[in-house]
Design a protein around this ligand. Structure first.
Ligand SMILES: CC(C)(COP(=O)(O)OP(=O)(O)OC[C@H]1O[C@@H](n2cnc3c(N)ncnc32)[C@H](O)[C@@H]1OP(=O)(O)O)[C@@H](O)C(=O)NCCC(=O)NCCSC(=O)C[C@H](O)C(=O)O
Ligand SMILES: [Mg+2]
Length: 291
């Protein structure tokens, strides 16, 4: 997996012209241009046209660009794929993926068009069947990332929203495990109370501690917290440097283990330390490119 940052992944309804315009200046690592649940049924066709035109004519800079289409089992899914192909989307995000066959069907459609030769597929992990098939979905063709759909999951499970997200833990960890085994990105679900900064921070911290790369967001006011929580902080960067220095010194002495702050540091910790530094570097580069 490369170290491209996905700390903040902002949903933008494909029907909202002002939000589509505003996103060009927002500090989001990635944008999900949404044609699915953020768009009302009567606006689906209009949003599709608006989004296709916007993507073809707008420079969103270095932000990763994903388009969430409607499901292929709906009356809009195929038309979404068709209309957006011309805009050469970097990634198509499929909602409510249940099985690898759902991904294979879309990969076959993308294979048939020159404009989508390099388009990757991401999966919304938000159904019980999807979670149970996470390993196979993560290995499906063109698959590059998982996005947790915790609202749909709660609906399907009939569970309650709790601050500790206990009812979600099985799904979160199963999907994360599958993503890591396949070497793809994994992004946590949204925090609905978009004015509750303390609650968002806690949930970001939980997602980060579990191992997610970042969090999906619904409002620009959530960007700063997600960007801060999912970035290695100064203490983590400094510790990574000390681990590497101490391990280099130990190796020079012919030893395979160093000790830093009373804890052992072995080769595997150096892999983590290098990942921390390369993530910090990638974030710095992205921020520079955004200006
Ligand atoms: C939640 C909102 C409906 C709030 O909208 P609004 O009341 O208009 O917000 P503000 O007035 O505070 O907006 C301030 C300015 O920010 C712009 N804005 C708002 N939201 C966005 C956005 N998402 N991206 C970009 N810009 C945004 C407004 O245009 C204002 O701009 P300005 O005019 O310059 O002041 C609204 O935020 C919203 O619609 N959010 C997205 C909701 C969404 O995408 N939902 C679907 C995804 S969640 C989901 O489906 C997850 C998953 O599938 C699951 O199952 O869990
Ligand atoms: Mg959903």
């Amino acid at each position: 997996m490369d170290s491209r940052p996905f700390r903040s992944v902002l949903y933008i309804p494909g029907s909202k012209e002002r939000a589509l315009e505003k996103a060009r200046g927002l500090a989001a690592d990635a944008i999900i241009f949404d044609l699915e649940d953020a768009v009302a049924v009567e606006e689906k066709a209009k949003a599709r046209t608006l989004l296709a035109e916007t993507l073809a004519g707008t420079d969103y800079g270095p932000r990763a660009k994903l388009v969430r289409v409607n499901g292929m089992d709906t009356e809009w899914g195929l038309a979404d794929l068709d209309a957006l192909a011309a805009a050469r989307p970097e990634a198509v995000l499929l909602p409510k993926v249940n099985a690898p066959e759902d991904v294979e069907a879309v990969a076959t459609i993308l294979d048939a068009r020159a404009e989508t030769a390099d388009t990757t597929i991401w999966a919304m992990m938000e159904t019980p069947a999807g979670v149970l098939n996470a390993g196979a979905i993560a290995r499906a063709p063109r698959m590059a990332g998982f996005v947790m759909g915790t609202n749909d999951l709660a609906k399907e499970l009939g569970c309650r929203f709790r601050a500790d997200r206990l009812p979600m833990q099985y799904a979160l960890q199963t999907c994360l495990m599958a993503a890591r085994a396949a070497g793809i990105v994994a992004v946590d679900g949204v925090y609905n109370a978009f004015k509750d900064e303390a609650g968002l921070r806690k949930e970001c911290e939980q997602g980060r501690d579990l191992g997610f790369d970042g969090k999906t967001l619904i409002h620009p006011a959530q960007l700063e917290i997600a960007n801060a929580v999912f970035a290695p902080d100064e203490a983590a960067i400094e510790l990574a440097r000390r681990h590497i220095a101490a391990f280099d010194e130990a190796t020079a002495r012919g030893e395979g283990v160093a000790v830093v702050d009373g804890k052992i540091v072995e080769n595997l910790h150096i892999v983590t330390a290098r990942q921390v530094l390369s993530r910090a570097e990638a974030i710095e580069q992205l921020q520079k490119a955004m200006g």
